[in-house]
Design a protein around this ligand. Structure first.
Ligand SMILES: Nc1ncnc2c1ncn2[C@@H]1O[C@H](COP(=O)(O)OP(=O)(O)OP(=O)(O)O)[C@@H](O)[C@H]1O
Ligand SMILES: [Mg+2]
Length: 257
């Protein structure tokens, strides 16, 4: 990757919500919309251990940050005595090499942490490196696990924009409310907002009781365009425009500006 000396402050957007509500699909659509501006550079981070964002964006998904972490821990456990400076340089190089790039979009997967135990120093170093890599981009979109606290703990210390996703289920909305409370939405983020996904019309949307503290950005319909892409194994960067994409664009335009 070309490193930019001019270190910018990117917009760091994390997508969170209950399992299966459409976080990965919405993350991929957000990346697609942001990438329409060819002057913008976007880093997509898959922070969900089940790793779906690579497929949704059409990347291969090769080496993950946790692969790098595990190699390093292996070296430390074997007693290889590297000083902190050398370790940082090696990690920095390996994280940059793990980025996959296509046009103005780069992709990085965090992967599944396999080694338990306290490797806080290694984790903190990796987080610093991801943050410094992120400064070369205008937007960082993170497909998170269910909760924002995991994202902040594992990936970045400071998410600026929290995008919560729920389907119409009471459970999905309950998870949003909990994340909103735990995350201290009003205090900790520049912006936070909710997208409802797989909604069958305005009538259904109006029947839902939404968490009052989180602004509703918009709703995305149940869309055969997304469903068919899933069946055909197509990534969401290349499918023809469909209602879900139009709705996500309307929902995030003000949010990301
Ligand atoms: N608006 C939509 N219309 C039709 N199908 C959708 C829509 N949004 C998501 N889906 C489908 O729902 C399924 C789950 O979506 P997705 O993988 O994006 O959810 P997720 O929240 O990332 O799940 P997980 O928690 O397992 O990572 C996928 O098969 C996806 O194609
Ligand atoms: Mg997912």
């Amino acid at each position: 990757m070309k490193q930019d000396n001019k270190q910018r402050k990117p917009l760091l957007l994390a997508v969170c919500g209950k399992g299966g509500v459409g976080k990965t699909s919405i993350s991929a659509i957000v990346v697609r919309i942001l990438a329409e501006n060819s002057d913008s550079r976007i880093l997509a981070i898959d922070a969900d251990p089940s790793v779906g964002l690579a497929t949704a964006l059409g990347f291969r998904g090769n080496r993950t940050v946790n692969d790098i972490r595990n190699d390093l821990i292996g070296r430390i456990e074997k007693g290889e005595n590297e000083n902190r400076q050398a370790l940082l340089a090696a990690l920095d190089y390996e994280v940059l090499a793990a980025l996959e790039e296509r046009k103005n979009v780069a992709f990085l997967a965090i992967g599944r942490p396999e080694r338990e135990g306290c490797y806080c120093k290694v984790n903190a170093m990796l987080r610093d490196i991801i943050e410094s890599v992120a400064r070369n981009f205008d937007y960082v979109v993170i497909d998170g696990e269910a909760g924002i606290e995991q994202v902040n703990r594992r990936v970045l210390a400071t998410v600026t924009h929290l995008l919560l996703v729920s389907d119409a289920s009471a459970k999905g909305l309950k998870v949003i409310e909990t994340i909103g409370t735990v995350a201290g939405v009003a205090v900790h983020y520049e912006k936070a907002g909710l997208i409802l996904n797989r909604i069958r019309g305005e009538g259904e949307k109006n029947r839902l009781s939404l968490p009052p503290a989180i602004p509703l950005l918009g709703w995305v319909p149940e869309d055969d365009g997304i469903r068919n892409a899933d069946i055909a194994g197509q990534n969401l960067m290349e499918i023809p425009p469909c209602p879900a994409i139009v709705s996500v664009r309307a929902a995030i335009t003000v949010f990301v500006n």
